[in-house]
Design a binder for this molecule. Sequence first.
Ligand code: ARG
Length: 473
Amino acid sequence: MAQLWGGRFTKETDQLVYNFNASISFDKKFYKQDMEGSIAHVKMLGKQGILTEQEMNDIVKTIHEILTEVEEGKLEISHEYEDIHSFVEATLIDRLGDTGKKLHTGRSRNDQVALDMRLYTRQEVLAVDELLKELLNAILTIMENNTDTFMPGFTHLQKAQPVTLAHHVGAYFEMFKRDRLRLKDIYHRMNYCPLGSGALAGTTYPLDRDYTAELLGFYGPTLNSMDGVSDRDYLIEFLSAMSTIMMHLSRFSEEVIIWNSNEYQFVEIDDAYSTGSSIMPQKKNPDIAELVRGKTGRVYGALTALLTTMKGIPLAYNKDMQEDKELTFDAMDTVKGCIALFTGMLETMKFNKDKMEASAKNGFTNATDAADYLVNHGVPFRDAHGIVGRIVLYCIDKGISIDDMSLEELKEISPVFEEDIFEAISMDTCVNKRLTIGAPGQEAMKKVIAIEKDYLSKDWKDELTDWESKLMK
Ligand code: ARG
């Protein structure tokens, strides 16, 4: 047991209590952020004359050494310490003696952990955004190559109207694009520095919180020290965005699973992204898509857990908040893994265009267009709907599709039909005459693809400052 605080205690902590309380097994994940935060803090203490220049330089240099040794695997983050903060401070004191003992001047673990978690999450916001961008690029490639690949569009999982593969996957493009916008919003809202909030009421040292914030790439300091140490809203927003990403991935996975089924055969998942059965030799299972769908529940669980943990916490810091870490780390890692794997699966997946087109041609996906034809020839829509309904019934009875009927057969049901009906209900017309922006018609799709290409050529992350190499140089 290695603790920072034994002074006012007369007894050793019970070992079980110690284990229950300790967080090093998971907060070691942000060892780097903890040390970066300490470097910024010490540089500020030096600038303010709270530490001498010598003390500042010695501490900064030693933290750099500790960081390098940890990264190179030469120094192990030992679980004998209560948390990562204690590990860093104790190691520093080991090496620097009394000077090391000054690191924690004007700081509490409450504002320290608030900072570390924020720095770590901020980095993950960028990492998830980057993975989403790669996924969007993969989707855009499919769109560009398939503006003329017909497939059935569904409602109620029943064939409805024909669309194209470009149009169908284009819907997912919009979803993941909105997910990126959410991440950008979260980044801007969370990007304020809690360090300097102290335990809850700030400190009497003349800290320069603006300076610390600037060193760490924040827009500025948080404006209420009690809120600074106890705000976890940004994590809830982050987990909500992660849940929405998973919901989108899960819907897409569900479609891939259906498309990959023996009945549909719209796609073939690459061998590298499929698995076999231990008993049934013929099987090639869409496990990746199923796992992505399955892991969605786990990420929702993290959001629900944190919302529930936070709801009863009075101001300011309470130990309950330690619970924010494991579930957030798990959600981040899960989402990153799912996006990366899903992107790989998509990039290697084969689309059976013939099967998709054949499927689009049967199932009366052109019934609406047949009714529209009648409307264009003066039949009120409600009557046209009834006429085409009767045609569908006739076709079902004969086991044919509308295109297979002769003009005579059609005329028997409505004399309005003429030879040009066949062109009017052809797949090409049904899709490519739908030209309002957002519709599947090829010309409309091409306009959208150009807009999305332009969107992907810019990245909001390029505007962020490179605080890290400046701080660490
Ligand atoms: N491990 C703690 C956490 O994750 C760090 C803050 C500890 N502060 C305290 N007053 N015990 O929240």
